[in-house]
Design a protein around this ligand. Structure first.
Ligand code: SF4
Length: 623
């Protein structure tokens, strides 16, 4: 028996209804860990030889929900949602906090593999070894909180009836989609709890395409044994004592950054990134605080408790409830749309939750549309109404149209990149310079021009996950690819905010019994996962392909000088990017075109990638 994990995945085929369990051998787990790492390995093994033909929204795509060996042990529990991304056509490890991973492990599984496509709406119910696909027609079309409430009540009542001596059962954990996912909106999220979302990647659309409304799980067993219980208890105690001291995150949540990033680091999106600085003090964290009805809310085992539940008691947005919003959504559904009114921002975030949209990607595409309106490229006739910066009602309407694919919303539902391609054709104007995205994924709310944020000039350029702000392609202080750190967090699967390097490798030892060292991670395991993920990203298809000579690049906007703020005039230089990019390729073991080198594959024991790389070279005219 392994420690820390079961070595068991659940595989569900939605086309046939077949359910089976698969063993994952210890060697594979040790090499690929879990979450993003294991997901990349499974996707490569199953789809790698025909990746370019696989439609992410077709039945052949595979949706993976994976935990890692430290899920349930390392403070702050997350699961990694992955598959072929309908945004990048590569693989995105998209993680979401909450209790799902712990429940799944308590039910006896390390993850779920979902294949095929159901004819009718279904949900998957996992109650220990009872695994069932059930009719979800009564849930289809419903928004988030309604879906969650109906399913929670149904399943809790059922469990309580089945085991009356236990009294009222605790509710199951549920991953679900809203109307946006059902309509295969490429910026739809996989949601969890009231306000949590795996947003990057567009996996809500994958669930919708598979007609899978939700996955509910309740486990009654323990977590797997750990290798060294006493050592584990000591480590857990140590890290929790440190995390609880992190006052800023604990007290304010990520929203502490809301005003600070805009004012101090000058790297926050304002009006589709036309600026990155504002002095609107009314958008500061203390103006959000007055709406909080729950200040310290945390995911399983997390002492940081960064979540803050905001509720609007009166006025035009009465009854609205959401998490804070967090920094990314304050930026993307606030400042990026010219909105500096906390209530309006809370309202838009709550609607994004309800509709099952990724708030970052939605704010990105709506900011893009609003700039096109500002420039007269999109008109009132195209949109159906005026789309002016700061108009909360107009953006709320547009958000609704995106989620339901109505009018111009149908086009914007394709995400910023694909919408830009279509609008350029439609209007005979190149609108790509206003699309703030990389490889199909809108960039996170951290700019690179001021040089004051953690995102350095190459942060998004050759990022394995496009514009993802958590997984950035900076070189670290030891000249190693910065993404290797995030691959680790997405593989174990743990929350970024609880990352403590000095503890992490020790956790491997006491939980899984592995002597995994930083040298081994950076020298072998991470480069192997990154090489596979990079290959799948460059294979791409079937509707969009990336050429690293063109697409390993920043959005055009980042080459325009900052027009305001403490870093007014700051700009990223293209020649500098070209140089930095080559250094990054070198550090990653990729050639001058950004393709993993044959000697790298040999050193990492993955020469089977060579054939796929040959296909890429052929397409790029390099063979
Ligand atoms: S720090 Fe916040 S997001 Fe991370 S696990 Fe804790 S509560 Fe969840």
């Amino acid at each position: 028996m392994p420690y820390g994990y079961w070595g068991k995945l659940l595989e569900v085929n939605l086309s046939t209804g077949d359910v089976k369990t698969l063993q994952v051998d210890k060697r594979t787990m040790r090499k690929y860990i879990g979450g993003r790492g294991l997901g990349v390995k499974i996707l490569w093994d199953r789809l790698g030889d025909r990746w370019e033909e696989v439609d992410p929204l077709g039945p052949e795509n595979i949706l993976l929900i994976l935990t890692g060996p430290l899920t349930g042990y390392y403070p702050g529990s997350r699961v990694c949602v992955t598959g072929k991304s309908p945004q990048s056509n590569g693989v995105v490890g998209s993680t979401v906090g909450g209790e799902f991973g712990v429940e799944l492990k308590s039910a006896g599984y390390d993850g779920i593999i979902i294949t095929g496509e159901s004819e009718k709406p279904v949900y998957l119910w996992i109650n220990d070894d009872e695994v069932e696909l059930r009719d979800a027609s009564h849930l289809w079309g419903r928004e988030a909180k309604e879906t969650l409430m109906i399913l929670t009540k149904e399943l809790t009542d059922e469990m309580s009836k089945k085991k009356p001596l236990r009294g009222l059962c605790k509710e199951p954990s549920i991953l679900y989609i809203g109307p946006a996912g059902e309509r295969k909106v490429r910026i739809a999220a996989v949601a969890h709890k009231l306000t949590h979302a795996a947003g990057y990647g567009g996996y809500g659309a994958v669930m919708g395409a598979k007609k899978l409304k939700a996955i509910a799980v309740k486990g009654s067993g323990p977590l797997p044994d750990v290798a060294d219980l006493e050592g584990f208890k000591k480590l857990l105690d140590g890290i929790c004592k440190e995390l609880i001291k992190e006052f800023r995150m604990r007290y304010w949540g990520t929203g502490w950054a809301g005003y600070t990033v805009g004012a101090d680091t000058s790297s926050e999106p304002i009006r589709n990134w036309q600026e990155e600085w504002h002095d609107e003090t009314r958008f500061g964290v203390s103006f959000f605080e007055k709406y909080w009805i729950k200040r310290f809310w945390g995911d399983f085992g997390c002492p940081t408790t960064c979540l803050k539940i905001a509720f609007i008691r009166s006025g035009r947005f009465k009854g609205v409830l959401t998490d804070n919003p967090d920094y990314e959504l304050q930026a993307y559904l606030g400042t990026n749309l010219g909105i500096f009114d906390p209530e309006g921002n809370i309202y838009l975030s709550s609607r994004a939750d309800e509709l099952g949209l990724c708030g970052i990607q939605t704010g990105n595409v709506m900011g893009f549309a609003a700039e096109l309106y500002q420039r007269g490229i999109l008109t009132k006739d195209d949109i159906g109404f005026e789309l002016k910066w700061g108009d909360v009602e107009a953006f709320a309407k547009l958000q609704e149209m995106i989620a339901r694919r109505e009018g111009i919303g149908d086009l914007l539902a394709e995400g910023t990149y694909r919408a830009a391609v279509k609008i350029s054709e439609m209007k005979k104007v190149d609108v790509m310079p206003y699309a703030i995205q990389v490889k199909g994924i809108g960039v996170g709310a951290h700019g690179i021009r001021s040089g004051l944020d953690y995102t350095k000039p190459t942060a998004y350029v050759c990022n394995l996950q496009g514009g993802d702000h958590t997984s950035v392609s900076n070189l670290d202080d030891q000249n190693r690819p910065g993404e290797y750190e995030m691959i680790l967090l997405d593989s174990i699967v743990a929350c970024w905010f609880n990352y403590k390097k000095q503890y992490l490798y020790k956790f491997f030892k006491v939980v899984a019994g592995w002597n995994l060292t930083e040298d081994e991670w950076y020298g072998e395991l991470a480069p192997r996962i990154a090489a596979i993920q990079r290959t799948l990203l460059l294979l791409g298809g079937p509707d969009a392909y990336w050429d690293p000579r063109i697409h390993d690049e920043n959005p055009q906007r980042f080459y325009e000088p900052l027009p305001s703020g403490p870093k007014k005039g700051a700009v990223v230089k293209r020649e500098e990017i070209e140089k930095l990019k080559k250094t990054y390729y070198e550090a990653a073991g990729w050639d001058e075109n950004g393709l993993p080198k044959p000697e790298t594959l040999k050193r990492l024991g993955i020469t089977e990638l060579e054939e796929a790389l040959e296909r890429i070279r052929h397409r790029l005219g390099l063979a």
